[in-house]
Design a protein around this ligand. Structure first.
Ligand code: ADP
Length: 905
């Protein structure tokens, strides 16, 4: 279809388009794109050029007298001369006809509500930019260029002057200075191309130029892309208007009353954003019945997207076939070959008499039968194609019992009606399509934004728990599900442990009396012990095999299988919160399995849409490296914390050690210099006294150095010490140890050790352990208090209740028989050790804080060394009891051996 359809060779566009309609369309377009001025040029077939039909400006965008003039340096005289300013105020409703109102409503419904209160016409005198009546050939000026290129353009005013108007001799004379222009071609609807499946050059019916005063509020580059689509709809209004006018002429010519006109108008006002099919067919039927005699009628619509034919209205012998508008008869195109051929290839009305023309009746049998019954006996048959450009979108078939019921003039009227109906339907489809595209784009945009922000929040987090919480939440929101869980393999990889769970209030693990607490999402960054209670079996299950696969779904049997191997928390998760199908996405980083993301499908759906799975996979792929980073970061932090602790210990040790070293050194240097000074007159007794002091201090010094060396040598706990064991008599060892302690006389030390008790160990080291424990007891308890040393034989299994938690080794007796051991206890009535220090004192260089503030000397090495010795000899050393200001019991056990038959003593 070319623009000539709109008017004959001698007509100008103006005859067909009331300025009120054009003004309205411009006003709506300005509102849509936030412009302050606009002009519309339409193709004038007679001269082959674009002619400016109308130039308007928003009433709320009138120039102020301060605005500079373009091109000329004088002020505008017209501005102040009311007589020269011909303005037409358009007030909504004042001069708009009914159809205009409906156009208005329809256009506005999708506009972005940038209000343009009203517009005034701009006359050529006022402004010779886009002066009404000026014409442009292809490529000439902005309008000709837009027409020629069939593209929307934006341009700054300066560029317009510099690039487009360079050859103009006359200066531009305008009352305002636009800042920007947006030009938009009015294209014939692009539906034609799609339907024919091959490129079909679109005809440009006209050009709209929008201009802006000051800075545009919208992004013009973005607007430029959508503008032609928006304006495409204007083409339909224009065409509809042309048809209406054409029809009006026709009806007038035939002296028909305004009856038809009104009816046609009511059809065209069923326009816009939605066509209610039942209304539309009713209008068609009413109209047809007024114009011609009709006994049968069939309205068929073709949907090219689904490639199906819909019979939406049928009448047989004057009686309507009920319910078709709501539930049309549907057929494939291939089931109606004659209809298809006839409408696609002929595209003209088809008229014959079925009753008389036997051959045609045979050939067109398909058209004469169907939901509207058998029409082969009617006297007149008429098929009206509903055409949209080159394409047929449906047909109206009519029959009458009267011969020659449809004379040519009536057929013309009916054809015009069919056109209007077609435009209505197409316009709705176009609107729907645009809306769908827009919605789709919005959805995609929203989803992309969601993914982006999810990834951003994920990759910026370095705390593993916080990161996983953010991951499960993002996935749940993006995939639009109620729940999402991240499972990590346990350290032993035996099971999967839930590390993060997203479950808003709708899904909660409620206490069902099973003793399980309510499971709620954890606080950010804090692993939640309740969530960790959800555990699934992993090692040896199908999950382990699937860990390096792509995603997969768990169906009810598989969930059941897992539930059977799960702990209580896992069972509740799998069985009691209504999970039926669950998407599992293995998350790995460089082939190292990190965990599973589990997303139950909503409402019992079996699968997610591929698009959603794709999104989840994309997020997981990104999250994998983030999780890995976070893990590494945490490990580094831990190592760093350990180092820091070691550093602190070292500092403390240096303080302690220097103090420890200084004391005997001071003694040594003091006594030796005194010895030197008094050497001439010193009695042998004095020399002996000083020498003893010196040797005791030297012994202390060497003990300390030995301890430090020993601690450094035995190294970390996993290194095995080389120890020779022998049978040691417990009592003898203790007595010897006691002798090694210098100042024990201030305490009452009792030994309760059976002479027959023998153990297996390294004698000097057993003595060292005993010395250390007894010495500590003397050091950390007030003089005059009691210290008891006892030895009790018992079975290894019986020591279990005595041991501290950190010293329990449940595997110890699994592969071995129970053995007899001897538990040796050193009990004092001293200061005791605070609970928070009870484990730490066994570490290297650690002394309980309160010992640091007392004058009692120590290096913090004794217990560490003792424990390592006892362990090397196959025993354990622990703090069995300690009560502040009441005393402590340090205990160790070693394997018992039978006492030798004869010791020879
Ligand atoms: P040292 O006695 O040289 O400081 P140890 O390793 O033997 O080092 O002991 C570590 C810490 O344990 C001591 O500094 C002290 O605080 C505490 N401790 C050890 N034995 C006792 C005890 N019998 N009563 C109270 N505190 C003790």
């Amino acid at each position: 279809m070319s623009a000539s359809t709109w008017g004959g060779p001698n007509s100008s566009a103006e005859e067909h388009y009331p300025l009120s309609l054009l003004r309205l369309l411009l006003k709506e377009t300005m509102g849509q794109f936030g412009a302050q001025g606009a002009c519309m040029a339409l193709h004038d077939e007679t001269i082959g050029q674009m002619r400016v039909q109308l130039h308007v400006r928003a009433t709320n965008a009138q120039p102020s007298s301060e605005l500079p003039l373009v091109g000329l340096n004088h002020s505008s005289p017209q501005q102040d001369t009311p007589g020269r300013r011909k303005t037409v105020q358009l007030d909504t409703g004042e001069e708009e006809t009914q159809h205009v109102a409906s156009v208005n409503a329809s256009l506005r419904s999708r506009s972005q509500a940038l209000p343009v209160d009203g517009v005034i016409d701009i006359t050529p005198e006022q402004c010779d930019l886009f002066a009404v009546g000026s014409t442009y050939s292809p490529g000439q000026d902005l309008i000709g260029y837009t027409w020629h290129k069939n593209e929307a353009y934006t341009m700054r005013h300066e560029d317009y002057l510099a690039l487009v108007r360079t050859n103009q001799t006359t200066a531009l004379h305008t009352d305002v200075t636009p800042s920007y222009y947006l030009t938009i071609p009015i294209r014939e609807a692009t539906l034609v191309d799609e339907s024919l499946g091959h490129p079909h050059p679109t005809t440009v019916l006209g050009v709209i130029v929008l201009y802006y005063l000051g800075n545009p509020t919208l992004n013009l580059q973005k607007v430029r892309v959508e503008a032609p689509k928006y304006v495409e709809r204007i083409a339909l209004y224009l065409q509809n208007e042309a048809l209406r006018a054409q029809n009006e002429n026709l009806c007038l010519k035939q002296q028909r009353t305004s009856d038809y006109l009104q009816l046609l108008q009511s059809i065209s006002s069923v326009f816009p954003t939605s066509v209610k099919l039942s209304d539309l067919v009713e209008h068609i039927y009413q109209f047809v019945a007024r114009v011609v005699d009709v006994s049968g009628m069939l309205l068929t619509i073709y949907d090219r997207d689904l490639d199906r034919l819909y019979d939406v209205f049928a009448m047989h012998n004057g009686v309507r076939v009920n319910g078709l508008a709501e539930k049309p008869a549907v057929q494939l195109k291939s089931e109606r070959p004659v209809w298809w051929r006839e409408t696609q290839h002929e595209k003209r009305s088809l008229l014959f008499s079925p009753a008389r023309d036997y051959e045609k009746t045979q050939a067109y049998q398909e058209l004469l039968t169907g939901v509207w019954g058998d029409q082969r006996y009617t006297a007149t048959f008429l098929l009206l194609p509903m055409k949209m450009f080159n394409r047929v979108v449906g047909t109206i078939c009519l029959t009458s019992m009267q011969p020659d019921a449809y004379p040519p003039e009536e057929i013309q009227v009916l054809e015009a009606m069919a056109q209007i109906v077609t435009v209505s339907i197409e316009n709705t489809k176009l609107y729907e399509r645009d809306r769908a595209i827009l919605n789709d784009a919005r959805q995609r945009e929203a989803q992309l934004a969601a993914i982006n922000s999810a990834l951003q929040s994920i990759s910026s987090v370095l705390n593993v728990t916080e990161l996983l919480n953010s991951l499960v939440e993002s996935v749940a929101l993006i995939a639009n599900v109620d729940m999402c869980v991240f499972f990590e393999p346990s350290p032993s990889s035996e099971e999967l442990i839930a590390h993060a769970l997203y479950a808003p209030s709708s899904v909660k693990m409620v206490d069902d009396g099973s003793g399980m607490p309510v499971i709620t999402p954890p606080n950010k960054g804090e692993p939640d012990k309740f969530i960790n209670m959800i555990q699934l079996p992993f090692k040896g299950t199908f999950l382990e095999h699937m860990a390096d696969e792509g995603f997969f779904y768990l169906d009810p049997p598989k969930l059941d299988e897992l539930a059977r191997g799960s702990n209580e928390g896992g069972v509740i998760f799998l069985r009691e919160i209504g999970v039926e199908h669950m998407l599992m996405v293995p998350v790995s980083y460089q082939a190292v399995f990190i965990g599973f993301l589990a997303v139950p499908t909503p409402n019992g759906n079996r699968f997610f849409r591929p698009k959603d799975v794709g999104t989840v996979l994309a997020i997981c792929a990104q999250a994998a490296s983030a999780i890995r980073n976070a893990h590494l970061f945490e490990q580094r932090e831990e190592a760093y914390a350990r180092l820091e602790r070691m550093d602190k210990l070292k500092d403390e040790f240096l303080v302690t050690a220097s103090h420890e070293l200084r004391t005997p050194l001071t003694a040594i240097s003091g006594y030796s210099s005194q010895l030197k000074r008094q050497s001439a007159r010193a009695t042998p007794q004095t020399v002996l006294r000083f020498a003893t002091k010196i040797s005791v201090a030297a012994q202390q010094l060497s003990d300390l150095v030995a301890n430090i060396t020993e601690a450094a040598q035995i190294g970390p706990g996993d290194r095995k010490m080389d120890i020779q064991t022998e049978n040691v008599q417990m009592l003898a060892a203790t007595e010897m140890a006691l002798n090694m302690i210098t100042h024990h006389s201030e305490h009452m030390i009792t030994l309760d050790i059976d002479r027959d008790i023998w153990i297996n160990g390294d004698a000097p080291r057993v003595r060292q352990v005993l010395t250390n424990l007894i010495e500590n007891a003397t050091k950390y308890s007030p003089p005059g208090t009691q210290i008891q040393v006892t030895a009790t034989p018992m079975l290894l299994s019986d020591t279990e209740p005595l041991l501290t938690e950190d010293q329990l080794d449940p595997t110890l007796l699994i592969d071995h028989d129970d053995i007899p051991v001897v538990v040796v206890r050193v009990k004092d009535q001293g200061e005791g050790i605070l609970p928070q220090d009870q484990q730490k004192i066994f570490e290297k260089f650690v002394r309980a804080p309160r010992s640091l503030t007392t004058p009692v000397r120590g290096s913090g090495l004794g217990l560490y060394i003792c424990r390592r010795f006892v362990e090397a000899m196959g025993g354990k050393l622990w703090l069995e009891q300690s009560i502040a200001n009441e005393g402590s019991i340090f205990s160790f056990y070693l394997p018992q051996v039978a006492s030798p038959v004869d010791t020879g003593e």
